[in-house]
Design a protein around this ligand. Structure first.
Ligand SMILES: [Zn+2]
Ligand SMILES: [Zn+2]
Length: 367
């Protein structure tokens, strides 16, 4: 079952295969010697590309694997198994829900844009938990052709850290032996959330007693959510008050430098993933808003670390606002961030404004 709830089996560190070496970290990816570059593959999901164009009623090798993918992320009920390679009604329904959640045309077919989204590296947490609808699919308006704006979600039951826990501690799995520079990535990620809610996050050396426990693991690591090697799922985190944040030890994590100019096609920005997973630790689920931190996927060689208004609105429902928060998500990015992501953000901003104008226009028409 792909549900990351604190009710799941408590992680027994004694039975877990803890990596003896640290994950592959690249302090500055642009200077990575070519002979250190692994052969780029996406073994997890690249095979889905050959399914492009497949439609209902057809049979194609690989569709059973795709059904397992959809089950893993909550789009097919967990009690279904022994999948066939037939493009059946179950698969078509899963594809339609997925397309709603990722703002794609709801065709029910494996068109190119859907395949492109499916193979993107993403968070291992499910989009739909316990069969309850989350993201866009829970807000879909079937009576009109108008698609509502997706926004933040919570875990079932809306778990959050209790009022008595506003100053949380975090610790790193000692066996990972992270350097101060690697740890500082998480410190920055935590600071992005503490800037908008009245909570603090302090590092401690006591892994067993920390509220939040961060570790890099490879493949099966004892919680029923095995990692899958390079790309595919990048990390996952459990709902409050579990505090478990796990990252895939086999990713090519980048801790600094301009990742967009990386020569390593599988490079993943550690801070971007850390900010997202901390959102889960605090109680947020996935969002359909593409610019939101809580959007489930992130392309390799890209960086997204700023909380969007959608993230801030969601987390403040759970914990209220930090008294020092000025109400704006436009924090001042570093010069490097402006340089590397400015053009992309600008395009997104224009799209966002267009959507907002459309929403207002339709609202007036309805009224
Ligand atoms: Zn996630
Ligand atoms: Zn795990």
């Amino acid at each position: 079952m792909k549900i990351l709830l604190n009710l799941l089996i408590i992680l027994s560190l004694g039975s877990v295969s803890i990596p003896t070496i640290s994950a592959r970290f690249y302090p500055n990816i642009t200077i990575t010697p070519p002979n250190l570059l692994p052969n780029y593959t996406n073994p997890a999901w690249d095979s889905f590309k050959k399914l492009a164009g497949c439609r209902s009623g057809e049979t194609l090798d690989g569709l059973a694997k795709l059904k397992n993918y959809f089950r893993y992320f909550g789009y097919i009920p967990n009690n279904l198994s022994n999948f066939t390679d037939d493009f059946d009604a179950t698969l078509e329904s899963a594809i339609k829900t997925y397309q709603q959640n990722f703002n794609l045309d709801v065709t029910g077919e494996l068109d190119e844009k859907t395949i492109d989204q499916l193979v993107r590296p993403r968070c291992g947490n499910a989009d739909i938990v316990n069969g309850s609808t989350t993201m866009n699919s829970g807000k879909w308006q079937t009576t009109t052709s108008f698609r509502t704006v997706g926004h933040y979600t919570f875990f079932p039951g809306t778990p959050r850290w209790p009022d008595s826990k506003r100053d949380l501690t975090y610790a790193f799995l000692p066996e990972n032996q992270l350097t101060p520079e690697e740890k500082s990535v998480f410190s920055r990620a935590f600071a992005r959330w503490s800037a908008v809610i009245p909570m603090t996050f302090t590092e401690t050396n006591s892994f067993s007693f920390a509220d939040i426990r961060i570790g890099f693991f490879s493949s099966d690591h004892g919680d029923g959510e095995p990692f899958d090697g390079v790309l595919g799922t990048l990390a996952h985190a459990f709902s409050p008050p579990s505090g478990r944040l796990h990252l895939d030890n086999d990713e090519d994590w980048v801790v600094s430098g301009d990742i967009s100019r990386s020569t390593l096609l599988s490079a993943v920005d550690l801070e971007s993933v850390a900010v997202h997973e901390i959102g889960h630790l605090l109680g947020l689920g996935h969002s359909s808003v593409e610019e939101a931190i809580m959007y489930p996927s992130i392309p390799s060689r890209s960086r997204k670390v700023e909380l969007a208004n959608d993230d801030i609105a969601g987390i403040q429902v759970l914990y209220g606002s930090n008294p020092n928060f000025n109400g704006s998500s436009s924090s001042t990015p570093s010069a490097q961030e402006r340089e590397t992501s400015g053009a992309y953000d600008h395009v997104r901003a224009i799209q966002g404004w267009c959507l907002m104008v459309l929403v207002i226009a339709v609202s007036f028409l309805v009224l």
